[in-house]
Design a binder for this molecule. Structure first.
Ligand code: ZN
Length: 178
């Protein structure tokens, strides 16, 4: 989701979602650190609202353990055995910033973005299910989502959560750069 940040000479910061864009009005009277905090809090709150999540769920985001390749392979095998039985030849984390995962269904291989190595397991689970289903259906048709729902019944929630997770992660990195 696109985000516009405007700095205004007013006491309070506020934010809203307008035409699919996150618009934040941040008080210019605050310190740089406070402004960053307001940006982060408002972004979380608004995206959380969009995803229908309570703030407790959101606070926990991004605090998962760090997964390695072996754990990812084990998770994917477990999900594939239980729900699908597709011809999966290999799955690994890959340096990838613009997408969460990709699937080469001819080769039967899946790449998962390194950004998910520290994600909560439910999110990683959803992305693995998503890419596994691309081994069978290469597009995002109704049939594809029906297949996703088998391994991840709450996939709609996790799609939204993934957006929040991505944005929270970008924000943390932005804060580190100050
Ligand atoms: Zn997809």
């Amino acid at each position: 989701m696109k985000r516009i940040i405007r700095y205004k000479d007013k006491k309070n910061s506020s934010g809203r979602i307008k035409d699919g864009v996150l618009v934040l009005d941040i008080s210019s009277r605050l310190s740089l650190k406070e402004q960053q905090e307001h940006i982060e809090i408002l972004t979380r709150r608004l995206l959380g609202k969009l995803a229908g999540l309570d703030s407790g769920t959101l606070t926990g985001l991004g605090q998962g353990e760090i997964y390695n390749h072996g754990q990812l392979q084990e998770l994917a095998r477990r999900i594939n055995d239980e729900f699908y039985g597709f011809p999966l030849r290999g799955i690994r984390f890959y340096q990838q910033n613009s997408i969460w995962g990709s699937c080469n269904y001819r080769k039967g291989t899946i790449h998962i973005s390194h950004r998910l190595q520290g994600a909560p397991e439910e999110l990683l689970h959803y992305v693995v299910v998503h890419e596994l289903c691309h081994l069978k259906v290469p597009n995002h048709s109704r049939a594809f989502w029906d297949l996703v729902a088998r391994g991840c019944p709450e996939y709609k929630k996790y799609r939204k959560l993934l957006q929040v997770y991505g944005m929270g992660r970008d924000l943390r990195r932005a804060n580190e750069n100050i």
